[in-house]
Write a new protein. Structure first.
Length: 235
């Protein structure tokens, strides 16, 4: 099945979700800056199948970092999906941070997110005009605090104020153990809410979402041969 001109957005949601969000619809320039090579046009349904398959493939020849889905412009944003966009994992966190810094210098803003839908936590990375404004991780791993950059976002403060009853100027870095743990548990599920507040959450995609352009399967810089992607097309 090929991507049709009337392909409509749908939520892209799997067990482990990694994405980069860039305002606007300059798909070609975003891909150029990320070093991505266009391979095939892809529908949202095909992208959902591809990402889910990549995440669950534990075979010896699995290559989850080799390809991503780049959306058309959706409600004023371009989203890039796939494990390669992970702002948390040690193999990609530094490169994703650098990518968001460069993209934000060009487009004003850029964000990256991780959300584990099976209770595996959240990470958000927000850059504006070439500077990282915030990076924060709340997962089950022990070194989350090492990723923290910048002051809490207004959306974080609103969450702990409204859901935990903490003061607006409460500081998780100096809080007591019990309060810090309460916040950590709450933050586990915050990535989609942060994304929605700052721009667009993948959960908000629907067939009513304004769309311009065509989604594509793109190969990451280390996987630039189209033959592999052609043989691994979903569906």
């Amino acid at each position: 099945m090929c991507a049709e001109a009337d392909d409509r957005p749908m939520p892209i949601w799997t067990c482990w979700n990694h994405w980069i969000a860039v305002p606007g619809g300059d798909q070609a320039e975003i891909m150029r800056m990320l070093g991505l090579s266009r391979s095939l046009s892809l529908t949202f349904a095909e992208a959902q199948e591809m990402i889910d398959a990549d995440e669950h493939d534990d075979s010896a020849d699995a290559q989850p970092m080799s390809r991503v889905f780049v959306t058309p412009e959706v409600d004023g944003w371009t989203l890039i999906f796939g494990a390669w966009c992970d702002p948390y994992g040690t193999s990609r966190r530094d490169d994703v941070l650098d990518a968001c810094v460069r993209l934000s210098a060009r487009f004003g803003r850029a964000q990256a997110y991780y959300f584990g839908a099976q209770g595996d936590g959240s990470t958000w990375l927000v850059a504006e005009h070439g500077t990282v404004i915030r990076r924060y991780a709340a997962t089950s791993e022990g070194d989350d605090h090492l990723l923290t950059i910048g002051a809490p976002l207004p959306q974080e403060r609103a969450a702990w104020r409204e859901q935990l009853g903490y003061a607006d100027d409460w500081d998780p870095d100096i809080a007591g153990a019990d309060e810090a743990e309460e916040w950590h548990v709450l933050a586990f599920d915050l990535a989609p809410d942060i994304a929605a507040a700052l721009g667009l959450s993948p959960l908000a995609l629907s067939d009513d979402t304004p769309t311009r352009g065509t989604g594509v399967l793109a190969l990451t810089p280390a996987h630039t041969t189209t033959g592999w992607a052609d043989t691994q097309r979903p569906g």
